[in-house]
Design a protein around this ligand. Structure first.
Ligand code: MF3
Ligand code: CO
Ligand code: CO
Length: 264
């Protein structure tokens, strides 16, 4: 590992080497497999606490530790954010899924000191046309951001691509939470905004590791954090969706560490 000559608000940005890529492939694979594993359990009638318990069991059986446990006082193996919950939803035995819900499950297994951070938004049975469009657009927005990633591109290019996909469907991209550098540190530099202006911001260099994790709202981008200090909801109560991958900048483009063998 070495450092970029670029800094962000005075903080260094790490550039990782071949061994670091190998370590991240292992962490990313467990993260993707956790989301694959949980998929058949996401059904009407199940509680979000039960989904969290299953995710924790899977991550530990794979030899990893859920990095969210005891992270700034958070106590769970996953964040599960249902409908108008934007992010950091706390798993609960009293939150029972019902047909038509959409929910994001976000997991970060840590193995050999390296973090794989990924999330998907799941649909419970048949969902509304709006919910369907929101979820599919959010996935497309994440992928549009990822496809900008190559040496010499900027984080502004990534943000602008995400925002353009959101706007084309008249959805908004949340501004109060962003993607982040990731590796041996869970939340590191750089800050990856899901909006922005082309040609601005940090210039991407091979060996940078970060997440892209857009949250799109059906209404306004404004959010508020509830009294528990975690649960973040849309201010206007509109639906929200999110997807997240952990990736690297390579010599020629990008490598997604959290890509599922099933293709998601
Ligand atoms: N996994 C989340 C992210 O994408 C962070 C969750 S931190 C927690 O960055 F403490 F809320 F779990
Ligand atoms: Co993240
Ligand atoms: Co995450």
């Amino acid at each position: 590992m070495r450092y970029s000559t670029q800094t962000e608000h005075g903080k260094p940005i790490r550039l990782h080497d071949a061994d670091d890529f190998i370590a991240m492939r292992i962490a990313g694979k467990i993260a993707a497999e956790t989301l694959d594993f949980i998929t058949p359990y996401v059904k009407a009638g199940v509680s979000t606490a039960e989904l969290d318990r299953l995710c924790e069991e899977f991550m530990r059986a794979a030899g990893s530790i859920p990095a969210t446990i005891d992270y700034h006082g958070y106590r769970h193996a996953s964040c599960i954010s249902v409908n108008h919950v934007v992010t950091h939803g706390i798993p609960s035995a009293s939150k029972i899924l019902k047909t038509g819900d959409i929910l994001n499950i976000d997991v970060t297994p840590k193995i050999n000191g390296w973090h794989g951070d990924t999330s998907r938004t799941y649909k419970v049975g048949a969902v509304s046309i709006l919910a369907n469009r929101l979820v599919d657009t959010t996935y497309a927005a994440m992928m549009a951001g990822i496809k900008e990633v190559r040496p010499g591109a900027t984080l502004g290019d990534v943000g602008a691509a995400i925002e353009a996909v959101a706007r084309a469907e008249r959805f908004s991209s949340v501004r109060d939470f962003c993607g982040h550098g990731v590796g041996q540190v869970f939340h590191d530099t750089p800050l990856v905004l899901h909006y922005g202006k082309r040609g601005t911001g940090t210039v991407l260099e091979p060996g940078m590791f970060f997440t892209i994790e857009p949250m799109l709202n059906a209404g306004s981008f404004e959010v508020k954090v509830l009294g528990d200090g975690w649960t973040t909801v849309t201010k206007d109560h509109s639906l929200s969706a999110q997807f997240e991958h952990t990736l690297a900048v390579t010599e020629t483009g990008f490598e997604i560490f959290t890509l599922s063998a099933l293709g998601e």
